[in-house]
Design a protein around this ligand. Sequence first.
Ligand code: SF4
Length: 326
Amino acid sequence: MSELSLVHEITKLKQERNAVILAHNYQRPEVQDIADFVGDSLGLSMQAAGTDADVIVFCGVYFMAETAKILSPGKTVLIPDSNAGCPLAQMITVDDVRVLKQRHPEARTLCYVNTTAAVKAECDLCCTSANAVAVIESLPQDDRPLIFVPDKYLAGYAARQTGREIIAGGGYCPSHVKILAEDILRLKAAHPRARVVVHPECTPEVQALADTIASTEGMCRDVKRSDAAEFIIGTEAGMVYRLRKENPGKTFFPASGLALCPNMKRCTVEKVRGALANNQYEVDVPEHIIEKARKSLAYMMSLTAPAGGVRLAAVTSPVNLSSPGI
Ligand code: SF4
């Protein structure tokens, strides 16, 4: 089937099924081009929850589709490739969280959005790379320790920014750690005027060389606002597609061509067609997990609205920080 007729069929199927297609910033360019929304995982899920679509096709990795299901339990959520997992999310299990809680019974538990629904349900609070600092700064300055899982580099960044002590998990993103300080130094030598923008999942050595450290949506905003003409982008290399598209007068250099996430690239346009035509692969989350995981998402969503500005009444009611566990 030609690319044009494939896109035509997807448009038809989308109308028939009243579906919306979401693509994460790291997806293949051609997948981003057929999406209704491109963005970060939480922003996309909130966009989808705010639409009247019956079906959400999530072009991303599994925890993102789970998050969409948690926020839109009444909608059908499909992931075009059922093997698209996130190795970082798989670096922490519910049992690991329970062990940490036993070791630190007084602690609050905060998980990165890059976790399974079951881990979110086990934790008190959840955050994204965009709002980790805001969530931590909003917590009372009492003597309760804070556990943050799974990403040790994001935890380190949040600890440096907030001055709080954090008991960090040992996880890391295998794609972001491929970006080395030498890569940044080499590109900086070749393009001395370039602004260095890196993701907090990068190592501390890479973060130390950055002009700014930002989530993927934060990068989009920083680049738009900046007067610089050249940028060195320290995150998954697919990010530069959207940056180039939205900023045609500016030049972007991926910090490392090795920083590619194979799981993000599993989704293809052909698989999106398959998802809509065959209702595959449906993502389900047990009701009791949805209920508890929504609570861990609710607090950060009450603090910050995503770029799209969509807020869910059900999850933005005030969260009582003195309630047990929080
Ligand atoms: Fe997970 Fe890293 Fe891939 Fe993002 S880039 S999905 S954190 S492995």
